[in-house]
Design a protein around this ligand. Structure first.
Ligand code: MSP
Length: 513
């Protein structure tokens, strides 16, 4: 059985910002966690390249839409390589395979009797690529998200009969296991309970889209096209698309991770489309919160957009991943404050975890011939072992629920507790008397072994740091599965410990950001 994870397919109207990087990092952490648990992971990301927003951006830059898309999709792909994102698939909605898939899917929906011709009029936001509900009393409505005037549209469109799926969608959104976090479920339940309206799935005024078979002049509405990217990402290989093969390749998605603003598309429209086509529904949709910067919404007008490329260059992947996953409750809104970012990374990674590793390796090297000492089995020393076992359970539970913050806190507590254990046991005093050598060896072994467990557990969150920690312990890398690795006692006594170098350099405030 696959564990299929998707990020949203990002619009290529502009280069990536920290918001898209945030989702992708969270999905990457989840993908790595599931792989370490021996799941057959399929991690899909990609770009959403059609629609009026992209068409207009290309025009403004005086280039062809395809050229524009090629350029920005490359930027996204390169960014994910730089961030060491372990995605298995990179979907482009301009690919020929995807077009084939959209056509095949449309035929199924049509065969179910769910397509009709109608007239759509209303206020449209090109930024959201969405019609908005506007009270009649407002003459020049503005999009709350983009702060731009909405555009009036009145045209012939094809409609998808969403209303037909009212009962099934109601059941789905009310179920315990579909929408996460719970706080976002309520708003979707309310929306559905007001009655689902058929929605238009084609446009007649947009050339930059996939043509609708049998309806000259119509192109598919960008959301209808984009959501299907999850299916073309699942089906690998040739242009010969067979929707019946989806299950074999990893469908249904175990989880779609998205931002809260696009929850409705994923939790209502998308399942109805799949029901109509006779395709299994995704298991879970998780709507995370929005990132702000120093308390302000990020935007081009404010000139405060956080450039992920710059952030990476200045501080490296581990620091940013740790901060985003550890400090912001996944599901809630979060704020990027540079000073807090620096304080947290320095405190958690350099001081608490880095120091624990450095001091224990240094002591072991100095007193035990550069090697991991052998614990004395006659000395009762289960304290850190038991603490580690509890941490492993709690940590895994948190990650299974995408509670990255909770998981990081458990991990950090274990490191703090190991540092306190060393302080209490004072091996630097005891070693002065030769008769204490076994008890010192036992204490140091416990701490080194706990540090190994921390190094292994931290892997999904900060993979590079994880490798540096376990390498410092002379432990074999890379680790592709947690099977057996989290058992107490895997660190072999007598292993040579390399000279310690700081695994995490301290960060400094940078005005350039
Ligand atoms: N193309 C659609 C998604 C189609 S999925 C089949 C889209 N693209 S987007 O590029 O505009 O947004 C992608 C994701 O970025 C969304 O999940 C959105 O919520 C998220 N974010 C945009 N700004 C954000 C922040 N400031 N903070 C966190 N996430 C944010 O919508």
């Amino acid at each position: 059985m696959h564990f299929t994870i998707t990020t949203p397919l990002y619009y290529v109207n502009d280069k990536p910002h920290l918001g898209s990087t945030y989702t992708t990092i969270a999905c990457d952490a989840l993908a790595r966690f599931q792989r370490l648990n021996n799941k057959k992971v399929l991690f899909i990301t990609g770009v959403d390249e059609h629609g009026q927003k992209i068409e207009r951006t290309a025009k403004a830059n005086s280039i062809e839409p395809k050229q524009h898309c090629d350029k920005i999709s490359k930027v996204y792909k390169k960014l994910w390589t730089e961030w060491d994102i372990s995605a298995d698939r990179y979907v482009r909605t301009t690919s020929i395979r995807h077009t084939h898939l959209v056509h095949k899917f449309f035929k199924r929906v049509q065969a179910s009797g769910d397509i009709k011709v109608g007239r759509q009029n209303g206020w449209y936001c090109v930024g959201c690529e969405e019609y908005k509900d506007v009270p009649n009393s407002i003459n020049s409505p503005v999009c709350e998200i983009h702060q731009k005037e909405l555009e009036w549209r009145d045209e012939e469109n094809l409609f998808f009969c969403l209303s037909k799926y009212q009962t099934k969608i109601e059941e789905l959104v009310n179920s315990e296991s579909f929408i996460y976090p719970r706080s976002r479920q309520r708003e979707i339940i309310n929306f559905v309970s007001n009655g689902l309206k058929d929605f238009s799935i084609s446009r007649v005024n947009v050339d930059w889209g996939i043509s609708v078979p049998g309806y000259p002049g119509h192109t598919f509405y960008v959301w209808f096209d984009a959501l299907l990217g999850y299916l073309s990402g699942t089906l690998e290989g040739s242009n010969d698309i067979d929707l019946d093969e989806l299950v074999e390749f990893g469908w249904p998605a175990s989880i779609h991770v998205i931002g809260k603003d696009i929850l409705r598309f994923h939790a209502v429209y998308w399942p109805a489309m799949l029901l109509s086509a006779g395709i299994e529904l995704p298991k879970k949709v998780f709507g995370h919160g929005f990132l702000t910067r120093e308390g302000q919404k990020m935007g081009k007008t404010l000139g405060n957009v956080l450039d992920p490329h710059k952030l990476l260059k200045l501080y490296g992947t581990d620091a940013v991943r740790w901060y985003l996953l550890r400090d912001i409750e996944f599901g809630q809104d979060g704020d990027f404050k540079q000073q807090r970012f620096i304080d947290i990374v320095n405190n958690d990674l350099s001081n608490t975890i880095g120091n624990l590793l450095n001091r224990s390796v240094t002591m072991a090297r100095n007193w035990f011939d550069n090697k991991v000492p052998a614990p004395d089995i006659n000395i009762n020393s289960k304290y850190l072992e038991n603490y580690s076992i509890r941490t492993i359970i709690n940590y895994k539970n948190c990650l299974n629920q995408l509670d990255f913050k909770g998981a990081s806190e458990y991990l950090l507590e274990l490191a703090i507790c190991s540092n306190c254990y060393l302080n209490d046991k004072e091996p630097w005093k005891n070693i002065k008397d030769k008769k204490n050598i076994s008890s010192v060896a036992t204490v140091l072994y416990s701490v080194l072994e706990t540090t190994r467990i921390i190094g292994i557990l931290i892997n999904p969150l900060t993979p590079d740091l994880s490798n540096r920690i376990i390498k410092q312990l002379g432990y074999n890398i890379p680790i592709s599965s947690w099977q057996g690795e989290l058992e107490w006692g895997r660190l072999n006594s007598g292993t040579l410990l390399p000279e310690p170098i700081p695994v995490m350099n301290r960060l400094e405030y940078n005005d350039e950001l």
